[in-house]
Design a protein around this ligand. Structure first.
Ligand SMILES: NC(=O)c1ccc[n+]([C@@H]2O[C@H](COP(=O)([O-])OP(=O)(O)OC[C@H]3O[C@@H](n4cnc5c(N)ncnc54)[C@H](OP(=O)(O)O)[C@@H]3O)[C@@H](O)[C@H]2O)c1
Length: 288
């Protein structure tokens, strides 16, 4: 039986990136919908549930993506709400690659420092989809997490959102100019840049000055890179005594993880893959 993936994307054009990876991950056919709103979800999901018998439902799955993380979360909630046992299909949320990217970064950090519990982690520009997910996962692991934002109100909003979503105690701080970097980074053992493409967030001198720093991860692949002195292909190399990962160093694992998650969706009909369950899959992959 063919593996069918229903792609529900909150953006006008369903993501081509997500489609390509889905084919590579094991989907035989993708039914793509763009501009999907929460009101649309129930009927689209029912189309998956009532068409194949319960024992064959593992060959149908739902993918939720799009640029907007909070819309993606609403679509996921509606999809889960529309289904009832035994007529369920597996579903995954990865708006803008946020879950798979954040999980890949966090798993690399865990590989570098072991247990993150009690360690100070700074997530630069942690108000975006990737940073929020990463901050939440690090906090779940017991790290003392601070996210930064250029704007106090934006940081506070993201802080509240992360803490509610992950039942965590993340802090936020304003980082609007380089002179505050030393204070924000003081005592950090983990540094993760989740700032936008093409923006240098911290100079080499600034992160070199943090003598407690053990691992630094930069998710920005577009020059200028986010953490000066960390190269895009760095994948666990030591740079001035700090274990460094660049965007491709993380991204290669992210792509493998993304494909593995797609394959998992077609193994059973009751999975709900969000940050935590995707992290479980990533940690399993790392053990092998
Ligand atoms: N390697 C991979 O596989 C992979 C996959 C997906 C994404 N990524 C990368 O991961 C990073 C995070 O993605 P995202 O979608 O979460 O990011 P995003 O939403 O584009 O940006 C994150 C935050 O950056 C801040 N920001 C925006 N413009 C800025 C500027 N000019 N200077 C300083 N801060 C600025 C904003 O926070 P405030 O307004 O609160 O300051 C924003 O919330 C990006 O670099 C993206 O390219 C990598």
């Amino acid at each position: 039986m063919r593996n069918l993936l229903l792609q529900l994307d909150s953006s006008r054009h369903p993501s081509v990136f997500d489609q390509v990876v889905a084919y590579d991950g094991g989907a035989d056919e993708i039914m793509s919908y763009g501009g999907v709103t929460p009101e649309d979800v129930r009927d689209l999901v029912h189309g998956c549930m009532f068409t194949r018998g319960a024992k064959d439902l593992k060959h149908t799955a739902i993918w939720i993506g799009g640029n907007n993380m909070s819309q993606g979360e609403q679509l996921l909630a509606m999809a889960v709400d529309a289904m009832f046992a035994p007529l369920t299909v597996s579903v995954m949320l990865d708006s803008n690659g946020s879950n798979t990217t954040a999980v890949a970064a966090v798993v690399k950090i865990e590989q570098a420092v072991g247990n993150v519990a009690g360690k100070k982690a700074v997530v630069l520009a942690g108000t975006g989809p990737v940073g929020q997910r990463a901050a939440g996962l690090l906090a779940m692991g017991g790290a003392k997490v601070t996210i930064t934002s250029r704007k106090p109100e934006q940081g506070e909003k993201a802080r509240q959102f992360i803490n509610a979503r992950f039942n965590a105690q993340v802090e936020s701080t304003t980082l609007a100019s380089p002179e505050h970097q030393a204070q924000v980074l003081d005592g950090a053992e983990i540094l993760l840049n989740s700032g936008p493409a093409g923006v240098q967030m911290v100079s080499k001198a600034a992160w070199n000055a943090v003598k407690t720093l053990k691992v630094a991860v930069d998710l920005n692949a577009v020059p200028p890179l986010g953490l000066e002195g960390i190269e895009v292909d760095d994948a666990g190399v030591a740079r001035d005594g700090v274990i460094a990962y660049g965007a491709f160093g993380v991204g290669n694992f992210k792509t493998k993880l993304h494909k593995r998650c797609i394959a998992r969706l077609f193994e059973r009909n009751d999975l709900v893959l969000d940050a935590e369950s995707i992290a479980d899959i990533a940690r399993e992959m790392h053990k092998k």
